[in-house]
Every structure is written in C-alpha cells, then in structure tokens.
Design a binder for this molecule. Sequence first.
Ligand code: HEM
Length: 503
Amino acid sequence: MDDKTINNKQIIFPPGPTEIIPYRLALKFITNPLSVLNGIVNNYGDISHFKFGPKLHVYLINNAYYIENILVKHNNNFIKSPGLRLAKRVLGNGLITNEGQMHENQRRLVQPAFNRNRIKTYGKIISDHCFEYTDSNWKDAMTLNIHKEMTKLTLSIISKILFGQDSLEISDIDKISESITIIIEYINKLRLPFLRFIEILPLPLTIKYKQALSRLDSIIYDKINERRKTIESRFQGEDNSVVIGETNEKKLNQRYIDMLLILIESTNDNDDNNEKINDKKGTVQKNDKSAKMTNQQLRDEVMTIFLAGHETTANALTWTLYLLDRHPRVESKIMDEIISVTGNKSIDYKISFEDVSKLKYTEMVLMESMRLYPPSWAIGRQAIKDYVLDDKYVIPSGSVIIMSQYLMHHDSRYFSHPEQFYPERWSPEFRASIPRFSYFPFGGGPRSCIGEPLAWIEGVIILTTILKKWKITLDEDEQNIKLQPIVTLRPKYGIKMKLHKRK
Ligand code: HEM
C-alpha cells in the first residue's frame, strides 16, 4: 500500500499498478480497456487504485456491494465521470449529462414519454417498422454487415418513436448513422487530455466532426420547430392553451402524438415537492410548475434519446444474432417459443406488445447476451466529496471511480462457467440468488437507464420478428470479430452475416 498526502490529508491507497511514464496507463486503457481492467482486477482484487496522468486518481471497484453503495445509497456523493462529461459537447444538458437538481427536474419532465401506455404504443411502431424494413430491404442469400443493419433499424425506429409521421426518411438514415460514428470516434479521442488540442485546430477530422454535429443539430431543431408550428395550428384549446392530457389525447389526431409532442407538452404540474430548481448559472429559482422545456432543453433531450436510444439496443441485437448462430440449440428453442406464442397465425403475423410477456425464453436469451456483451461495458463516477470505502480507504474528492459491467458479468463468483452462453441460467430462483449489482446492464439508482422498459420490448420484438422469417448465419469469410469498447461495446469491424429466408 502506498501512502500519500492530498490536500494535506494522509491518504492510504488500495493496491494497484503504477506507471513511471505519465499517461502510459491511460493510453493503454483507451486502446484496450477490457484487458487493462481485467489485468488490474486479477492482480489487485475488488478495490484497486491507479493514476491516469500525473494528477487523476482512479479507483476500480469490482464488488456488487460497493457498486450498489456508489450508484444507489451514496449517489449524492458523486457526479458523472469526466469522460462522460465530454459528451456535453454533443448532448448539451440532456438527461445523461445533467447533474443535481437540474437532472431531477428534467427526469420528471422526460418520464411521461416512457410510461406504460406510451411503451405499448411504441411496441406497435417497433413491430410494424421492423417487419416493413426487413421485408423491403432484405433478400434471400444476401450477405450484410449485421451491426450496420441493426444500427439502421434501431435508428429508424427511434426516429419513428420520436417524430412519428415526420420521422426521417430511410434514405437519410445512412448519412445520419455515419455522422453519429464520426461524432463518437472524435469524442473518444478527446478522452486523453493531451489530445484535446485537436479541438482548436482546423484538422480534417475536427472539421468533419463539426459538420456531422451541425447536420444532426439542424435535423433536430427542424423537427422541433415544425412540430411547434403544427401544435399551434391544430391543437389550440378554448383558452388558447394546447390540450394534450391522457383524455384529450384520444380526441386528437393520433398522427401527431409521438415522443416529441409528449416532451414539448410535459410540465411538472403533478409534482408537489419540486419548489425550486437551479438554472444554468446555478441560481436557485422558484420552479414554475407549468413551465415547459425551452427549445434548447428540448434539443438536448431529443439528441440524448436519439443517440442513447439506438446504439445500445443495436449492439445487444447484433451480439444476440451472432450468439444464436453459434448456438443452434438456443436458436431452435426460441423458434419453438415463437411458434407456441403465435400459434398457427400466418407468416405475416406481427409480434404484438401483448406477446412480449409470453416470450420468456427470448427475454432470457437477451439477458444472457447482455451478460456476455453488455452494451454499456463500464460506468464512471467522480467523487465530489471525500468518500469512505470499506471503512478503510478514503477516496479523495475529485477521484474517478470505474465500475465495469463487463468484468462483473464475467465474474465466476456470480456466474458459473461465466464464458458459456447459457440462457437457462436466468431462472427466477437464480435471479433472486445473485446480488443486485452483479448484473447491471442498465446501471442503477437515480441515474439508471430511463429507456430500460423500451429496450426490453424493442429487443424481444425485433429479435422474434426477424427470427420468424429469417435464419441468419455467420458468413464463411468472417474471421475478424473484435470487441470495440468505445462508448458502447460494438464489434470493431461489424459482423458479416448471411440471410436465409425461412420457407
Ligand atoms: C440495451 C439497451 C440499453 C442499455 C444497455 C442502456 C444502458 C444504460 C446505462 C448503463 C445507463 C446509465 C449510465 C450511468 O449510470 O452512467 C443508461 C442511461 C440512460 N439511457 Fe439507456 N440503455 C439502453 C437503451 C436505452 C434506450 C432505448 C433509451 C431511450 C430511448 C435510453 C436512454 C437513456 C437515458 C436518457 C439515460 C440517462 C438517464 C439519467 O441519467 O437519468 N437507453 N442507459
């Protein structure tokens, strides 16, 4: 153990690797995070410490009990990690990047877009769109990059959920998907403080990033402005206010009720204990409960949902289709389940929201796939106050904490034969027997994924809609499947797979 002084305090650090050359470990981490983290846990155990650069103290926590404390019980002690705060350049002050009272306030405003009735409506959109997309774009014996396909499919679905009838054209989806990749890769480079100078230089990659971001921005602002105009012209109530409560919804033209409308109309009306909020400058103001989001807030939340709402789901589906090809026994069990749930309905029967609760085995397959390949592979936090861990260590304010779903989900203390793909392990008894934070693909506590219920519905509907009509096998030439953990855990070069239409 290494004793040091920080802010005149004597600090006892947990064991961990030390590097003489500053940033060497950070560089290794950015190029190969999973193997670096794995090596540290194997050598130093559940609590370890190291430094990224000369100043930043980092703690890697690999224990379900401590993770629960950090994410849930003591979450007030932490904010998002500096790496994630970089995302503010793209997401502004949306839910993922916001903090404190502003985050709480925004979460209440966004929540109605994810209530059960809404999810039911989204279920139909997902089912219809997945059916039409595969029917019109996929052909028998076609080989395609399944990761690209899943990204296009989930991107067009989140666009339909957000913008309804005014959603993006399929022909634009390719360009948007490319812009998003440019943005993610650029932001990933900025994680190294000594690379941040690229932002101020007119380098081709900086120019491409700025163009990509402004393309996305203008799409989203256009949608918000168009929608505000439609609301003004169509939905004026008697008192000139816009009427869109649950009962009024039924009277309105369904065509315009999409997630964007819910977000535009959302207020804190039902909220009795939210008297005060911080504005952007941190000034405390009386909260106007009927206040709606400004255009800037809407842009930030729509951009956040647009990006967070497709990439993770696309990865989960990609890895699942790959795993099913490697495990024909599991695939045939899913096929049996689909047949038993849809009975002798025609091949063109569309999986419904109501079917999802009966597709239990399919859900277990997705669970197991997200155990082996968690789309969110690590969660970071930064201490804003000194934090006592294990009654032994004081984590100084400013330190970063890393908790990795990838490491925890592969830990043999919780999962026997952790490398094996075995969906049957997810029996109700097993679920009840493992600690809550040994499996946390959607995080936990007040910053847990707001889209989780939608993600489950989407995962089950897309998977069964596809499998009903298509068998998908790995292309014989595909030999280069590599993990790329940047923001999410994606296959570095995609995955080439071949489509076979079921007879
Ligand atoms: C398989 C799919 C998904 C996975 C694995 C996933 C995972 C996560 C995780 C781990 C977090 C917490 C991050 C942290 O604590 O730092 C998170 C937050 C979030 N996710 Fe998801 N997500 C998925 C799908 C979605 C979808 C479909 C949406 C929206 C349509 C969405 C929107 C969000 C938002 C807005 C947050 C921030 C919540 C807050 O801080 O209040 N996610 N997600």
